[in-house]
Design a protein around this ligand. Sequence first.
Ligand SMILES: [Zn+2]
Ligand SMILES: [Zn+2]
Length: 358
Amino acid sequence: MSFVETNQERCQNCGGVKEFDAVVSAIVCRNCGGRRAVERKAAKRQSLEVAIRGQAQDKKWTSEVEVMRCNSCGATEIFRKGNISDVCPFCHSVHIDRPDEGKGNPPGGIIPFKISREQAFEAIDKKVKSNKWASRAFKDTFRVDTIKGLYTPVYCFDSKVEGGYSARVGETFQVRKNINGQWHTVNEVRWRTVNGRVNQVFEDILIEAGNKVSTYTLRELEPYNVKGALAFDISFLKGFSASCATKEIQQGFNQAKAVMDGRIRELIKRLNNAALIQDIQINVRHNNTQFKYLLMPIYVATFNHKGKAQNLFVNGESGKVVGRLPKGSKKVAGAIIGGALLAAAGVLIYLFASGILG
Ligand SMILES: [Zn+2]
Ligand SMILES: [Zn+2]
């Protein structure tokens, strides 16, 4: 199944279709080759405090875009007016609604696509060919027109963190002990209480803001050149579509705080030379927290496997491929039987890992 072309513009010279060309980073007419540059300014940060108080200048995305909602999988996408897709890019369903609401605010920045759809196809094809567990049927039927360029929304946080912590940190050591008349070497932990100050600047903590690409997938797709994000211009969407942010900024920040707490925890372990940590109390203030609402370039390949729509993802900047390939059923059975025999040697894990892309 192929997609209808989305977000197109007609060339004034020849009437041809103009699209954002990822490789040359300009709007290009497919017919006459006429080019137009897109203005490139750096993406702006916003203050979190101002955004949460609702005082940000809300220029709503109104007349220039339309929203598509998929009744099968829940995907919500933005299109330039008049260019809406009839087919869901995630599940190929044609059960599409066009709700009036749900556009939210336009993003503050965008990381434009750098590789073409054909290059994304080649990246997947290379992975498929080198993966001996991949389904033969998938190898034979996978085509470039099952791939769609999609901008997915993320929040990107910067925060200055100050405060204190206390924790119990432990180091392990070995002792000889006499147990029931026999000498054994036993591991024991020596715990001590530590406390100190935290003074840390975090930058570019990425949290997904939509509902169709998981945090896990986003982490796998990283890195992106977040520092090079450009101010949003709707021209970048020509030939692509974009998912809407469905997450409130406060909810996104709560997730970002959890990520930062995890990093602080690792920092405390390092500072105290500790192998183990428990009873950790982190009491910090976030100062001058800023965020960018960005669109990230992802190619989504959608295919049917055993009656279910599945996706592979490609980083639209670097060509990195993420997701599980469908496995051939005979090969899977062989892997499981072989794995059971060799499980004691830990080979099972290797067999499963070798079937996973990334
Ligand atoms: Zn033209
Ligand atoms: Zn769908």
